[in-house]
Design a protein around this ligand. Sequence first.
Ligand SMILES: [Zn+2]
Length: 492
Amino acid sequence: MKKYFFATMFIHFTFLGYAETVKGKFRYSDQDPTTGAITFKPIIYSNVEVWSITPGGTWQIETRTTTDVNGEINVLMQWKRARVTYGIRIVAENYACRVNTQRTWSTFFTHPMLNGKEIKKVVRNKNDVLDFSCDFTDLYISQHFNVCCTILKGYEYAAMHREPTETDIVHQVAVSSEIILANSYYSTAAIQLKPENYFEDLLILHEYAHHIEFCVSTFGMIITNHDGCNMDGVFGGLTSLKREEAAWMEGYANFFAQAVNRAFPLEKFVGNSGSLSGYMLEYPHCNASTYQANETELYIAAVLWDLIDDFSPNPNEIYDDIYQNLDEEIFYVFDKELDNGAWPTFSRFLNAWNGRGYANINKIICQNNQMLFTNSVFRKLSGKASFRQLSNTLFEVQVDAYDECGDLVMVDVYDESNSFISKSSTKFTINTNCSTTKKNKKKIIQTGNKPIEITIPCETITCSKASYKFVLQKVGYLNGVTYIKISKDSCK
Ligand SMILES: [Zn+2]
């Protein structure tokens, strides 16, 4: 592709009389909001305008171009005459994003600067090369470029993982600092960013995730104050379903910001506010959440994160290394099944995931449930019981209890009248008030063409109850219940 491009340019050069070259490499200062450290980053794929003025004339736009992946332009101009002066506008706009000058509604642009003055270059001869390269050190200018360069990576992440049959367009998003809420947010018209957030890359990617939800999936527009664990409706209380929808909408955005961060490590994204940190996704924990897992954004983000990350430093995440790099599977479901008009929830995501026959992720789900809800009531137990008869009325019973990951755990076993019986996974005996009647029963068997009547022993165990109920208890778990059916009748 590139070779063809240059060949085309060369032909134009020959026949259309191109002459001077306008070039430049443009970088902005990316400031880490936490440490204040500055690194220069190229202003990639950004719109650039080349302007010129001839002696006695007025400034006019000559051509529009875009910087490349290195933040460079290289434009062959058409020779007019000597003493044409050129100037450049670099616009804070690319195909994914357009950012307004703070506190205005017009797209931000600036000129390459040297010692605080705009760089202008005068042509003297054909074949002059006019170099406008500039490293912007001004932080206010740099903020605007950081927003769109960061968003571009979010756009690329989405584009890399689109479901092949989906055709929704991710349209260019506008970014404005005109906010009406206390914090930065996304409205379907624009990302509304507080000026102090213009270097907060993870926050920017989080808000951009809402735009991706709006464009390719379904954006549940519920405005909440939320901290990862708890969630309050800004405009009134939320039903359980509304909390589930809001938790998905925010949980996915937290995941998306970290997924983009992981996909583009060389970007060295910075910022520590406005979106859940990578640490929180690896060590999810809520101190006092009163909500179910499905209604908790941190839980949703942590489950999705465990489906893509390579290695967890958290020793409690014993199942984390089962899956890596399932970015595409997650995006497929997000893009297609969750794009059906209903506001997404984690349950809807899981149904669609399983419907596609993707890998079973129950262990990942329960692992995060366990970490998030330690000492809460939302973890679940299940049980299995078996028995062996010791005497007429005495039975040896074994109850095994399993946590939500399917692992055997020790629990306390109670009978249905809440009397403690035993620890599970140890055998114990119960007196069942069952009685056993032994009898002989006659049976006719066929040997050849001659029926023979034989007598065989049989027994009927008759209990006062059809089955016995055991209640499994463990601190921090929702009680499990299991039943054992003891009655049997071999005399029939
Ligand atoms: Zn959000």
